[in-house]
Design a protein around this ligand. Structure first.
Ligand SMILES: C[S@@+](CC[C@H](N)C(=O)[O-])C[C@H]1O[C@@H](n2cnc3c(N)ncnc32)[C@H](O)[C@@H]1O
Length: 256
């Protein structure tokens, strides 16, 4: 059996291994591992800033990435906390206390449609966002709004991560992303993180164009056994990386 991939952030890897599925949520453990590894790579290259999540829910993904923060960086989680009931905010706070990094975590009950970039940056002044996870409401209007917030608050070397791309239940979301990227041509999808199952879905990771080769090169080094060899064709001159928990290709050697 091949070993489970690791992010290289010990506290994040321990949480993902031991407690990830004790915390309600939806993102895959593989996507959390890749996210924490991306933040480790950022830290190793002097890319600092906060982690923001729209749609923190009970904290499954939020806690994993908060373990990758350094120094005075903060994890800022937004949610309306209406679904499936108001209990979820208390659950998130309990989960952060039990499994997370309370001193670095900021939880805000808010509707992302009513937030501005200024509101987000004011919560932890002096730093932009180095990793912004968009996982709130899945309507075209909410996704476009949350993408704008992410773009406006992002450090020039930061990463936007979008959940539930290519999901059978939300087929229009990639169309919204495509339109958004056409209006923001300096942003590029550098990595597609493949789904684990229908509840733990595909994510896109996006950066500014000058960082495209950097992130691909570093993630190739971090996850050599998870690379799907054909890559993702976004019609750039170079393909984006595809990382999969199970990167198999059908074998047609018998037809040669
Ligand atoms: C799928 S859950 C997030 C799962 C979580 N990120 C994880 O990985 O486990 C989506 C969350 O988005 C929240 N949400 C929906 N609309 C929102 C809005 N307008 N602003 C902020 N959060 C919202 C919901 O309350 C819900 O908790």
């Amino acid at each position: 059996m091949t070993e489970k991939p690791k992010s290289g952030v010990d506290a994040a890897d321990r949480y993902i291994e031991q407690h990830y599925f004790s915390v309600h949520g939806m993102s895959s453990s593989f996507a959390a591992t890749v996210g924490a590894a991306t933040m480790r790579i950022q830290s190793e290259h002097g890319i600092a800033g906060n982690f923001v999540e729209v749609g923190a829910f009970a904290g499954r993904y939020f806690i994993a990435l908060s373990h990758a923060l350094k120094d005075d960086e903060r994890a800022i989680g937004f949610d309306t906390f209406h679904w499936p009931s108001a209990k979820v905010k208390t659950k998130l706070e309990e989960n952060i206390a039990q499994y997370g990094v309370p001193s670095r975590s900021i939880v805000v009950a808010a509707d992302s449609m009513k937030l501005s970039a200024k509101d987000i940056l004011a919560l932890a002044p002096g730093k932009k966002v180095r990793f912004f996870h968009v996982d709130g409401e899945h309507t075209p209007e909410h996704l476009a709004n949350d993408l704008s917030l992410a773009t406006e608050t992002l450090d020039p070397r930061g990463v936007i991560c979008l959940d539930d791309m290519l999901h059978a239940g939300y087929p229009t979301l990639p169309v919204i992303v495509d339109g958004f990227l056409k209006r923001e041509p300096s942003l590029r999808v550098f990595c597609v993180i493949d789904r684990e199952d229908i509840a733990a879905q595909t994510k896109y990771m996006i950066c500014r164009e000058p960082m495209f080769d950097f992130y691909i090169g570093e993630l190739l080094k971090a996850f050599p056994d998870n690379v799907w060899p054909l890559g993702a064709d976004f019609r750039y001159e170079k393909k984006a990386l595809v990382l999969s928990p199970d990167p198999k290709l059908p074998n047609f050697d018998d037809l040669l």
